[in-house]
Design a protein around this ligand. Structure first.
Ligand code: IMP
Length: 181
C-alpha cells in the first residue's frame, strides 16, 4: 500500500479523495490545515504553491487540491474565485446571475498538486456540464447546482458522484503516476 497525506481544511474533499485512492492501493491520511493561497489567474500556480507550503509544514509526501467552477455565459466566472464566491453569494447568487439565461454550460476543474520536497507535479481533471435551474438538496459546495454531462441530475443527487467527478479524473491521473514512481 502506498501512502500520501491530503492537506486541506475540507473534510468533504478528504472523504472523496480517500474513497477514490483507497481502492487503487493508496492510503490517504488527512492533515487539516489552512494553506496560503497566492493571488493568481492560474489554478496551477495556486495549487503548486499550496503543495510547497503543505510540504514545508509536514516534510512528507503531500497532495493538495484547487478547484474552480467555470460558467461559460459568465466568461468563466467564478473560476479561480470559486471559493470566495461560494462564501459570499453562494448557489442562490449563481442561480440569480444566470436567471433567464439560455446557455447554462459550465465546467468543473480539479487540480491535484503533489509535493515530496523534490518534485511538484500537477494533475488536472475537468468535467463539462451545466448549471441546474434550481438548487437540489444535499451534497456540499456547488454540488446542488452542477449537472455533469451524461447525468440527469446534480452532483448532490447522484448515487455515485465519483463516477463523474472532476476530482476523480484528476486523482486517476495522479494514482497512475504515483503508483509507478
Ligand atoms: P477550493 O478553492 O479548491 O476549495 O474550491 C473552490 C470552491 O469550489 C469551493 O467553494 C469548494 O467548496 C467548491 N468545490 C470544489 N470541489 C467541489 C465539489 O466537488 N463539489 C462542490 N463544490 C466543490
Amino acid at each position: 500500500m502506498r501512502r500520501v497525506t491530503f492537506a486541506s481544511t475540507n473534510q468533504n474533499k478528504y472523504r472523496e479523495v480517500r474513497s477514490i485512492l483507497g481502492p487503487r492501493g493508496i492510503d490517504v491520511e488527512f492533515a487539516k490545515m489552512e494553506l496560503v493561497e497566492i493571488q493568481s489567474d492560474s489554478l496551477e500556480a495556486i495549487a503548486k504553491e499550496k503543495a510547497r507550503g503543505a510540504f514545508s509544514q509536514m516534510s512528507r509526501p503531500v497532495i493538495v487540491e484547487d478547484d474552480g467552477l467555470f460558467i461559460d455565459a459568465l466568461s468563466g466566472f467564478p473560476g479561480q474565485y470559486s471559493s470566495y464566491v461560494f462564501k459570499t453569494i453562494g448557489n442562490a447568487g449563481i442561480l440569480k446571475l444566470l436567471s433567464g439565461m439560455h446557455d447554462r454550460s459550465a465546467s468543473f476543474v480539479s487540480l491535484i498538486a503533489f509535493c515530496d520536497g523534490k518534485d511538484v507535479a500537477v494533475f488536472e481533471g475537468k468535467v463539462a456540464g451545466k448549471i441546474s435551474e434550481k438548487e437540489a438538496r444535499g451534497g456540499w459546495g456547488y454540488d446542488p447546482i452542477f449537472v455533469p454531462d451524461g447525468a440527469k441530475c446534480t452532483y448532490a443527487e447522484l448515487e455515485n458522484k465519483n463516477d463523474y467527478s472532476h476530482r476523480r479524473k484528476a486523482l486517476d491521473s495522479f494514482a497512475e503516476w504515483y503508483l509507478h514512481l
